[in-house]
Design a protein around this ligand. Structure first.
Ligand SMILES: Cc1ncc(COP(=O)(O)O)c(C=O)c1O
Length: 329
């Protein structure tokens, strides 16, 4: 299915459309419909795969031999990019952040998978993370000097091109929610926000397909940084997309709902109450959320609903963006 006249080329990597269903868990009596984007694949599970369909198509068009990306030590994005690269015949190189590059973390969770798939890894310190784009460019220069053709995927796959993955997902959600949402029964699509690409795609999709008029809203629970950081980040991705494809989505700050206040101890650090929510959902629904993204964001939803059961309208459509391998770290 062609999504839009200006949709860029994509390769098929994800199992989609993903299915959805009502959860048994209904915090403060509010029903939650779950979009199973954790089922986009196995090695390639989660939200990153949708973005990679467009990014990898560009890498292929550039006849790339190597794909470089970056992330935290347990980055789901880095692991998914490494697998996508190998599946498409390219060699992955990852720039990963850790406490001490002289003594890199043990091969658990995503790192084990990165190693299994043959990704080469450059470990960098947390302070060096600020220079991640320059460090990736330096790795690309080294590869070019050896006669290779590297392609760089930005942090989280979160740029204008990657955001098409969630414009497409929003099209699916519009169909998913056709019999659920209406102006009299508004539903909010809630997602975990980590670098803004998923949010940018969902917000642009909602605008392009006129979903507000059908009672469908979008809100992100940030798992790091703060509201201002993500409003600016999402606005920047949407502006880039406009400059590149003239979509006419006209995203303004008022379209971006970031539900701040649930970062807790910080990125990838869990509070006991967040872990308790993950355990409770697993026992009630048989569904596993990860501690870094989906579990933290879902705990944010539970907390918001306890304060105001109408915060998200009549029901929530929570996007399960994957991340399960992080649980094994
Ligand atoms: C499982 C999971 N959920 C959500 C996110 C956040 O998505 P985004 O980076 O597009 O904000 C990520 C990655 O950052 C992730 O790995």
């Amino acid at each position: 299915m062609k999504l839009h006249d200006r949709e860029p080329p994509r390769v098929t990597l994800a199992n989609q459309p993903t299915r959805g269903h009502w959860m048994r868990t209904a915090p403060s009596g509010v029903r939650i419909w779950l979009k199973r984007d954790d089922h986009t694949g196995s090695e390639l599970m989660g939200n990153k795969v949708r973005k990679l369909e467009y990014l990898m198509a560009e890498a292929q068009a550039a006849q790339a031999t190597h794909v470089i990306t970056c992330g935290g030590e347990q980055s789901n994005h880095a692991r998914a990019t490494a697998f996508a690269a190998v599946q498409l015949g390219m060699q992955p190189h990852l720039v990963l952040r850790c406490d001490d590059p002289a003594s890199p973390p043990a091969a658990t969770g995503n790192i084990l998978l990165d190693q299994l798939v043959g990704a080469t890894i450059t470990w960098i310190t947390r302070p060096a993370w600020k220079q991640r784009n320059a460090l990736m460019a330096a790795e690309a220069d080294k590869l070019r000097a050896l006669g290779h053709r590297p392609y760089i995927v930005p942090e989280g796959g979160s740029n204008a091109l990657g955001s098409w993955g969630y414009i497409r997902a929003m099209r699916e959600l519009a169909d998913d929610l056709a019999d659920i949402a209406s102006p009299a029964h508004p539903v909010t699509v809630v997602y975990a926000c980590g670098s803004g690409g998923t949010g940018a795609g969902l917000v642009m999709g909602a605008k392009l397909f006129g979903l507000a008029a059908r009672g469908i809203r979008v809100a992100g629970v940030n798992v790091c940084d703060d509201r201002r950081y993500f409003v600016d980040g999402i606005m920047a991705i949407c502006a880039d997309a406009e400059a590149r494809w003239q979509l006419g989505a006209n995203v303004g700050e008022d379209d971006i709902d970031i539900v701040d206040g649930h970062v807790g101890l910080g990125y990838a650090r869990s509070r006991p109450e967040e872990l308790a929510t993950i355990g409770e959902v697993c026992r009630t629904d048989g569904i596993v959320f990860d501690p870094v993204y989906t579990g933290k964001a879902f705990h944010g939803v539970v907390t918001e609903l306890a304060r105001d059961p109408r915060r998200f309208g009549a029901a929530v459509a929570f996007v399960h963006t994957g991340g399960m391998f992080g649980l094994f770290a």
